[in-house]
Design a protein around this ligand. Sequence first.
Ligand code: ZN
Length: 312
Amino acid sequence: MGYQLRRKRRRKRRGYALQILWTIVALVSIAGIIIGYKIGFGDTEDGTSPIANAADHPSESSETEGELLTQISEIPTKEPNEEITVTEVPTVKPTAKPTATPTEKPTIAPSNQKMIALTFDDGPYPPVTERIVETLKKYDARVTFFAMGNRMEEYKSTVELAFEGGNQIASHTYSHKDLSKLSVKEIKYEVEHSNECINNVVPAGDTYLRVPFGVVNDLIIENVGAPIIFWSVDTEDWKSRNADKIYKHIMKNAHDGDIVIMHDLYPSTADAMEKVIPKLIEEGYQLVTVKELLEAKGIEVVNGNVYYSARQ
Ligand code: ZN
């Protein structure tokens, strides 16, 4: 029994010793792993140890890190202009002026067909002029625009559109002055400069003239160098600005050979044309330019002469 007890005790002591030994081994191993990790056996991404790196970099406080991040964020991620290919700048060719050409005009019927010349003063004014031009195109009709010379450049495309539709581009002087209050030199300037401005935009040729305010005197007649076109039907569209009134006035008063005055400044006038133009055609009228009207009716056109209508 005593021997067995001793053996037991000895086994027990050996057991303690082994436990202590394993504990020491374990502790040393753990310490070794920790130290080894700290010293750094593993490689960093760029293949250098953190310690070697630490020597190259000053310690980074959160402040400097912030600065660094700021600096980094300012650095462009791509090389500038790396992928931008410089395309050749197209050279703008100056357009030979004027380029607009009228569409082929349908032959004007013999003078025994009823004709009316609708005319519009004071334009071009795109919102109205272009609407009228559209309506005319729809019904294959033509009119005369007595346009302002000083509006030519600004509304060039509108004038081209009107001209291309076969409409006559005539002159209402350069700046709408009362010619009776001007000197000969000034009258000539108002007329000639307007013609130049018109012909710079469209090849209108010699332009017929409608004098502002319907005022003429001998001095004007002698110096304008153009046929002066008045009217025989006055719609007073500028006064009423009422499409229905304009329509009724024309349908009641306009007959073969008449020249009708309106203004392409008012939407009500454009509205009226949407009814007037098809109605006149329905009633057998051919809608022509002033030039076509006078020619078709066999009226000689002379510079300085005043024309009210082509009534027979
Ligand atoms: Zn006018």
